[in-house]
Design a protein around this ligand. Structure first.
Ligand code: LLP
Length: 382
């Protein structure tokens, strides 16, 4: 990624920089690859990034959106996404959130339990509406990803277990203000080995056959998100391999007549187009180490502290071909986990240099907090 450093002058650090062109190219590839197959629909999982300009670009590309809170539903509607393309998941939807989504007439609730189904039915009844729902099934597929971001195992809190599915489908059919649309799945995030998606397809096929044998009609299948990004080599792989990803579903998932297949991609859409730009406050000599102390900390980008996630670190001020040194790159927050990289080899770094933390477009800015009474970082889309 080539950073327009001259345009960063005068912008208060730390801030998130988003490369508009890369985002648009990524969306073009998604649209082109999904369009190869009839009935494929892509939603953007807005939890990854709700920057208004980013949302505007995603909406302009025609993707729908996947929300996990009433706040996200509001943000999407405000950004201009049509309610008919909004789906709403989450294990704990509060009544006000359900009411808000009913009022907006969203496309579908992804329902995660029997009691939630009853509450949606009741609230829809009070409004004289019929809510479209898909049941989120826990497919017990191992996504082989970080244990904090795996969701499709039976030990996770998400979805309805396969043993109970049949009973809950019958129950959904018995409720007057519920329209049963289909099944929803999500196995986890940052998945680079695509085999778990094949496993998911096989499970979906089996469940579909079992339900079809009982005469249950399924209009939509939603397979969630999860496609990962190359955090180690963002310049070699700026756009995830959407071609292989969609092909897996085209080859392994048996769609019945007129069925729609929905996807909810978050990370893979926005990860590589974003970077957290920070300024070096001090270079400090330790006993055995040198520390680069940034003005960005875990309150701005929590992924390294929370998941031991790796983000490439680049000094975008110092000439790349000059002499190098080894540093621990840390933030200013009073926690040892406020560390972005250890023994990083960087060009000789000085106070005032700008540093980019790469691949931070997904789950970066949106997970920022006010910890230590720090400001939420702003953004710049160029
Ligand atoms: N659909 C559902 C129901 C989800 O729970 C998620 C993500 C997605 C779609 C989008 O998944 P993606 O395509 O982005 O992998 N904060 C963590 C990631 C948490 C993901 C939670 N669910 C991180 O920074 O790695």
């Amino acid at each position: 990624m080539k950073f327009p450093v001259e345009q960063f002058q005068g912008v208060r650090t730390p801030f998130y920089y988003y490369d508009r062109k890369l985002l648009e190219q990524t969306l073009d590839v998604i649209n082109r690859e999904a369009a190869r197959y009839a009935g494929f629909h892509v939603h953007y999982a807005v939890k990854a990034n709700v920057d208004p300009t980013v949302l505007g670009i995603v909406n302009a590309a025609g993707l729908g959106c996947d929300c996990v809170s009433g706040g996200e539903v509001e943000v999407c509607l405000k950004a201009g996404f049509p309610a008919s393309k909004v789906v709403f998941a989450g294990v704990g939807k509060a009544d006000w959130e359900i009411n808000l989504a009913l009022d907006a007439d969203i496309a579908c609730f992804n329902v995660e339990s029997a009691p939630e189904l009853d509450v949606i039915n009741e609230l829809a009844q009070a409004k004289g509406k019929v809510a479209r729902v898909a049941l989120r099934v826990n497919p017990n597929v191992d996504a082989h990803t970080h244990h904090y971001i795996t969701t499709g195992l039976s030990e996770n809190k998400f979805g309805i277990s396969m043993d109970m599915l049949d009973m809950i489908v019958q129950h959904a059919h018995s409720l007057p203000n519920i329209s049963f649309e289909g099944l929803h799945f999500h196995i986890g995030s940052q998945i680079l080995d695509l085999q778990p998606f094949v496993d998911l397809c096989n499970t979906v096929n089996r469940l579909q056959d079992e339900l079809a044998a009982k005469g249950v009609k399924i209009r939509t299948i939603n397979v969630g998100g999860g496609l990962g990004c190359d955090y180690e080599h963002p310049d070699e792989h700026p756009i995830p391999d959407f071609a292989s990803y969609f092909k897996i579903f085209a080859e392994h998932l048996v769609l019945h007549r007129d069925q729609e297949l929905h996807f909810e991609l978050g990370r893979s859409v926005v990860c590589q187009c974003g970077a957290l730009i920070s300024r070096v406050l001090y270079v400090k000599e330790g006993v055995k180490k040198k520390f680069v102390i940034l003005d960005a900390g875990m309150s701005d980008l929590i992924r390294p502290a929370l998941y031991e996630a790796h983000h490439n670190i680049e000094n975008i001020t110092a000439p790349a071909n000059g002499p190098k040194e080894k540093y621990d790159v840390v933030g200013p927050i009073c926690e040892s986990s406020d560390t972005f990289g250890k023994d990083e080899v960087l060009p000789v770094t000085r106070r005032g240099d700008l540093v980019a933390l790469r691949s931070a477009g997904a789950y970066g800015q949106i997970m920022a907090s006010n910890y230590n009474c720090r400001r939420i970082p702003s953004s710049l889309v160029l």
